[in-house]
Ligand binder design. Structure first.
Ligand SMILES: *Cc1c(COP(=O)(O)O)cnc(C)c1O
Length: 617
């Protein structure tokens, strides 16, 4: 039904009904004489209010801002390196669907995160990505200045619109120092994601935290009440907020006032994931804007620890899965650390064949992914047919990229995530003879790997080389490929097209993990170490299978791999492969219950609603 809004009381009227007034060439409708009279007393007030709504995309009445060093929004925009950025993108997509009044701030990265190439020995070569920001985002008219090493650096912003299924738009502001007025070195400050040295990194955090707050002010975002720091990279914003509130030498620091506005999500128990800078560097970079005494009080005595700064300046802190919340609480006793388990954006991570299946059986699932629990009544043959289609699409892409002879009907195992030591990508190859024997006696198996190593992570690069060597050694028995340049598109194909999603991190270092949730949206069960989200997501033989002991157990250590590998082989050989080859009906039931249990819960709609209830209000 077509309706118009009474500008005074806000109630909706069917078009053509009510009392009419024409003011400044625009027609307004009123439900009652009371509203009409109120309007006529001060028409200018209501004209302004309706103009604010009409602006839509540039509506500045946002109450929450989300700061993230990386955001993955668009296949063509290389402004992310991995899980953190993909989560940020999914979060904002759900915010748009749910009409959460949020604005997001990140950096533009003209050279992006690198494009990955692998030579025949598996050596990773990194190349900058070519992309044109003006094709995806629009340059905003405002500029602000931040001081870096005593130089004023001009910051501009590009707006990328994230439009929800509801039509609601979340503005993502991408800060950029590539402005003519800046010196050559400063123009490159926002060019590379995780490139350069500590100095470069801290400069980027200053642009994000201080430049971000100033840009919001310059653009007229005057209603912001909550500053959400997605990881400690954005903690510098708290210093800017403190500075804003300290008017004059004599005024007291308003720690409480700033703290009430800040929210902090920590994403990793791995120490290298927590930025720390020497106070010497901090002083060179920031000058004396915040006295050393205050910095040390908030961020640590010897070095400025961004996690500590964020913890001290936030009213609400959370980890990204229940287990990770506990681990973070142990790492930082004295702070109250809650947990909100990650999710993925359902409509984004569901393959076309499953989208069609859900559209037929569960209309409305895109805006209400909780409804995916009704997948439990979809006929298993239809689930299997949708999977066959998703697997065909993956194999089509893989055959374009490699001559390795993959089979349509073989049990296909996927493993794709950042190539870094604690994720233990090679655990499954601890005893290759086990796999060869299984392939000969139970049925063929094949593996697909993908993931970039951080340019400075030599041990991560070594993992890729070793997997490529193993692939060569086993090629007559087990097809294995390492697919290059893992990105959103490849992640969509892999998480939907394999038969089993494998995850073997060293406990408790996987804070959450989200790729298994993407797989679950396509009925792909996981075989995983009990860490991160899997502690909550696994129901043995219903949503997948576990490796190793439960969450309450002591952490696994380097060297505990043999035990984990043994359990992995036992499950694969004793349970999973026989089920896949000998009981397709039962296998399809597991796919179905994986969707009903896990896609209906591990989605960003649920997650954003928890942030809203626990942190934003
Ligand atoms: C989902 C995703 C990740 C994160 O996967 P994890 O399981 O959390 O490690 C990394 N990179 C890309 C491209 C992704 O889509």
């Amino acid at each position: 039904m077509n309706t118009v809004k009474d500008p005074v009381c806000g109630m909706m009227l069917p078009i053509g009904e009510g009392l009419s007034v024409v003011s400044q060439g625009q027609e307004f409708r009123f439900c009652s004489e009371l509203c009409q009279r109120t309007f006529l007393a001060r028409p200018e007030r209501y004209a302004v209010a309706s103009a604010g709504v009409a602006l839509g995309a540039t509506d500045v009445s946002r109450r929450i801002v989300y700061f993230s060093m990386e955001v993955a929004t668009d296949e063509g925009m290389p402004t992310y390196s991995g899980g953190l950025g993909v989560l940020a993108g999914d979060t904002l997509r759900s915010c748009a669907d749910l009409k959460i009044p949020i604005v997001a701030v990140s950096l533009l990265y003209r050279r992006g995160y690198f494009e990955q190439h692998l030579d025949e020995w598996g050596n990773q070569h990194e190349q900058p990505v070519q992309w044109d920001p003006s094709k995806l985002a629009r340059l905003l008219p405002a500029t602000v200045r931040v001081s870096i090493e005593g130089r004023p650096v001009v910051v501009q912003a590009w707006q990328y619109d994230i439009t929800g299924l509801t039509g609601y738009v979340i503005p993502l502001l991408l800060l950029d120092t590539n402005v003519e007025e800046n010196a050559a070195g400063d123009r490159d400050l926002t060019s590379d994601l995780y490139g350069g040295d500590e100095r470069y990194r801290l400069a980027q955090e200053v642009v994000l935290g201080i430049g971000g707050v100033r840009m919001l002010r310059a653009l007229g975002y005057t209603h912001i009440e909550r500053f959400h720091m997605n990881e400690g990279h954005a903690a510098v914003l708290a210093l800017e907020l403190l500075g804003e509130r300290k008017q004059g030498e004599q005024a007291a620091w308003d720690f409480d006032g700033v703290r009430r506005a800040c929210i902090f999500t920590t994403h990793t128990p791995v120490p290298a994931g927590h930025d720390q800078f020497s106070y010497e560097l901090v002083k060179q970079m920031l000058g004396d804007t915040t006295p050393l005494e205050v910095l040390q009080m908030l961020g640590g005595r010897d070095r400025l620890n961004m996690t500590l700064l964020a913890l001290n300046m936030s009213t609400y802190v959370n980890g990204v899965a229940k287990r990770h919340g506990e681990v973070s609480q142990d790492m930082f006793p004295g702070y109250a650390i809650d947990s909100i388990t990650n999710g993925v954006h359902s409509a984004t991570w569901t393959a076309p064949s499953f989208q069609q299946l859900y559209d037929r059986h569960i209309p409305g699932w895109r805006t209400d992914p909780f409804a995916l629990r009704h997948a439990i009544s979809i006929p298993t043959q239809e689930i299997w047919a949708a999977h066959v289609d998703a697997k065909r699409r993956l194999l089509g892409e893989v055959r374009k990229r490699t001559p390795v002879p993959f089979r349509d009907d073989a049990l296909t195992i996927g493993f794709a995530r950042r190539a870094t030591q604690y994720k233990r990508a090679e655990l499954v190859f601890s005893e290759p003879s086990q796999l060869i024997d299984m392939a000969r006696t139970v049925g063929p198996i094949q593996f697909m790997f993908a993931g970039k190593a951080h340019p400075k992570d030599e041990s991560g690069k070594e993992i890729i080389r070793r997997i490529i060597r193993i692939a060569e050694q086993l090629k007559l028995e087990i097809p294995i490929v390492y697919l290059v340049d893992y990105d959103l598109d490849l992640a969509k194909l892999l998480t939907s097209g394999v038969d089993l999603w494998l995850n073997t991190p060293l406990r408790p270092l996987e804070a959450s993990g989200t790729s298994g949730m993407k797989a679950a949206h396509n009925g792909v069960p996981s075989l995983s170490v009990l860490d991160g989200w899997w502690v909550e997501g696994y129901v043995e033989g219903v949503t997948g299978w576990s490796i190793g002991r439960g969450a309450s157990d002591a952490p696994s250590r380097e060297g505990s791999g043999a035990q984990d590998a043994r359990e992995l082989y036992d499950k694969l050989r004793g349970v999973i492969a026989p089920l896949f080859y000998q009981d397709r009906a039962r296998w399809s039931e597991i796919m179905r219950s994986t969707i009903a249990f896990n896609a209906s819960f591990f989605n960003t709609h649920r997650m954003v609603q928890q942030y809203t209830a626990n942190a934003y209000v």
